[in-house]
Design a binder for this molecule. Structure first.
Ligand code: TYD
Length: 207
């Protein structure tokens, strides 16, 4: 499956697609089955990366600066948190990873894919997720859900066209890598989505 003994599962989707509560539920389910689970997020997951997250989410900047900061955060996160946990044989559940950079900085902001591919190679050095759960939701529906939530950050304030592009970029990545991606239909009720998540993990990783 991968070079490391642990499993690396990432969660992706546009803001409002509702992935966060399912990460916690999956972690609880895996722990009940005896797995040691690390729940983390991007940008973030280490002291340095959380400071970079604050900048990315709240300071105005151009698309390339944004990409450089999320990949800098990712480098620290991978070295300090993700890779050591996987080497110990633990399961890492990460709320967003490099697919988010391709979707938001690439699809959303229009940054060239070649720049992101270069950063990906430098920063990740081949450490891709074993499984990526893409919470797919119609951007209009996601916007309704966002409107009912807390105060928006820099991304959540962006317009419908931005989220259409982000959604399309996720869809393209899922199609390009069907072995790694599982599409979760987030328009379903919470219980159904939770079951889809468990089914995907069981099917793909024999948890
Ligand atoms: P999110 O994961 O949705 O956290 P919360 O649930 O607290 O809102 O927010 C992180 C934001 O960062 C999200 O809008 C997408 C953005 N982001 C990027 O633009 N590029 C990236 O590479 C990553 C990891 C996130």
């Amino acid at each position: 499956m991968s070079a490391s003994p642990g499993r690396f599962i990432t969660f992706e989707g546009i803001d409002g697609a509702g992935k966060s509560s399912h990460i916690d539920a999956l972690a609880a389910w895996l722990r009940q089955r005896g797995h040691t689970v690390v729940c983390t997020r991007e940008p973030g997951g280490t002291g340095l990366a959380e400071r970079l997250r604050e900048l990315v989410l709240h300071e105005p900047m151009d698309a390339l600066t944004e990409a450089l900061l999320v990949f800098a955060a990712r480098r620290d996160h991978l070295l300090q948190c993700i890779a050591p946990a996987l080497a110990r044989g633990e399961t890492v559940l990460c709320d967003r990873y490099t697919d988010a950079s391709f979707a938001y900085q690439g699809g959303g902001r229009g940054l060239e894919p070649a720049i992101l591919q270069g950063l990906e190679q430098w920063v990740q050095q081949g450490r891709s997720p074993d499984l990526t759960l893409w919470f797919a939701l119609d951007p209009a529906l996601a916007a309704e859900r966002r409107a009912a939530a807390r105060a928006p950050d820099r991304f959540e304030r962006l317009d419908a066209a931005f989220f259409e592009r982000v959604h399309a970029a996720y869809a393209a990545r899922a199609v390009a890598d069907p072995k790694r991606f599982v599409r979760i239909d987030s328009a379903q009720g919470r219980d159904v989505v939770g079951q889809l998540v468990l089914d995907a993990v069981l099917a793909r990783l024999q948890a």
